[in-house]
Design a binder for this molecule. Structure first.
Ligand code: 8OZ
Length: 367
């Protein structure tokens, strides 16, 4: 039995997590009619409730915020009712769960947009790359720049989604400001060419993220509001900002002012190399007064090392939690890990979703 810090409890705002593991947000494309979470999601998340904190798959805050087929939303009554079953099941097992609030911006396709319109972004610059719609990988559509007059309505969509999240029983929300989606499209100067108060200087490009953080925190409490950032990821054609360190130091200072409960940092290229571009994550860690959740390519050894050094408070694991619902127990006992099956990540049903064998089931099968 290891005496690692990973298995110590952690007070995150008003809730106490039973350990320092976090299940990272993981897109699974299994939503049903009306972009309501699949009934199987109840079992899927409940199976993983021994994580210190579960963060749901990214969930669109509006129809405009959707970019891929079969992702769940958090903007209708039916979606809220679907999520309530998930949060009830997780809480019944003693777990804690946040929902990730998502607007994809330009990473979308007209077929998913209201009235078949263009997806929106900071500027009318098309992303190179594909999204998945109508069961096919499809070029993203040419976006249009959001009008200045549309921005209050966009912030209102985040605020309403956060309100819905609390109604659905979530312990809090994570604002998705990572991986080349809308909020990052505004932050980076590679994708934001605006000339109004949301473009140009770092202060202007950070404005939307900070206004969204403020609105959400005002609605549900800063102690229930976290955010995910990915300062140097190339995901979704996100070319590097010209000054990523200055940009994200500024953003984190602003998040401090809003008293957010955590920053969740994708270190390096999402799902890829951790050292893709130079960046001083310790600077963010030092500046930010709330919790630091580290993510990207962590295994048990790296997690223990980083926690012991005080470089993070919590560690988020993605693929390892897909394949191992009892990941915490496996880490504790040094048990072998199941391998994730990439073919069943996106779309489908129970296969590769709720049917990975637990340690207990494996033992039983061997007897
Ligand atoms: C994989 C496939 C589709 C979306 C992200 C929400 O990267 C995603 C995502 C991941 O943040």
């Amino acid at each position: 039995m290891s005496a690692s810090k990973l298995f110590e409890s952690y007070k995150l705002g008003p809730i106490t997590l039973s350990n320092r593991t976090v299940m990272a947000p993981l897109t699974r494309n299994r939503a049903i009619e009306g972009f309501v979470p699949n009934p199987l999601a109840v079992e899927y998340y409940a199976q993983r409730a021994t994580a210190g904190l579960l963060i749901t798959e990214a969930s669109q805050i509006s129809q405009q915020g959707q970019g891929y087929q079969d992702t769940p939303g958090i903007y209708t009554k039916e979606q809220v009712a679907g999520w309530k079953k998930v949060t009830d099941a997780v809480h019944a097992k003693g777990g804690h769960i946040f929902i990730q609030l998502w607007h994809v911006g330009r990473i979308s396709h007209t077929s998913l947009q209201p009235n078949g319109g263009a997806p929106v972004s900071a500027s009318a610059i098309k992303a190179k790359g594909k999204t998945y719609v109508n069961n096919t990988f499809t070029e993203t559509s040419e976006p249009r720049a959001l009008e200045l007059s549309e921005i209050p309505g966009l912030i209102e969509d985040y605020r309403k989604a956060a309100k819905n999240a609390i109604e659905a029983g979530f312990d809090g929300v994570e604002i998705h400001a990572a991986n080349g989606y809308l909020l990052e499209q505004f932050a980076r100067d590679s994708t934001n060419k605006r000339t109004d108060e949301y473009g140009g200087s770092i202060e202007n490009r950070a404005r939307l993220i900070l206004e969204v953080a403020k609105a959400v925190a005002e609605e549900i409490g800063a102690e229930r509001t976290g955010i995910r950032i990915s300062p140097v990821t190339p995901a979704n054609d996100a070319a590097l900002d010209s000054e990523p360190q200055k940009l994200f130091d500024y953003i984190v200072d602003g998040l401090n002012a809003e008293k957010l409960v955590y920053i969740h940092v994708v270190e390096g290229a999402t799902g890829g190399p951790r050292d893709i571009a130079p960046f001083d994550y310790a600077s963010l860690r030092k500046r930010f007064k709330g919790a630091y959740i580290a993510n990207n390519g962590y295994d048990l050894a790296l997690a223990e090392k980083v926690l012991a050094a005080g470089e993070a408070d919590l560690i988020a694991f993605g693929k390892l939690f897909i394949a191992n619902s009892d990941l915490v127990e496996r880490f504790k006992t040094g048990a072998e890990l199941n391998k994730p099956d990439q073919a069943t990540f996106y779309g489908g049903s129970a296969k590769g979703y709720t049917d990975y064998p637990t340690l207990a089931e494996k033992k039983q099968a061997a007897e």
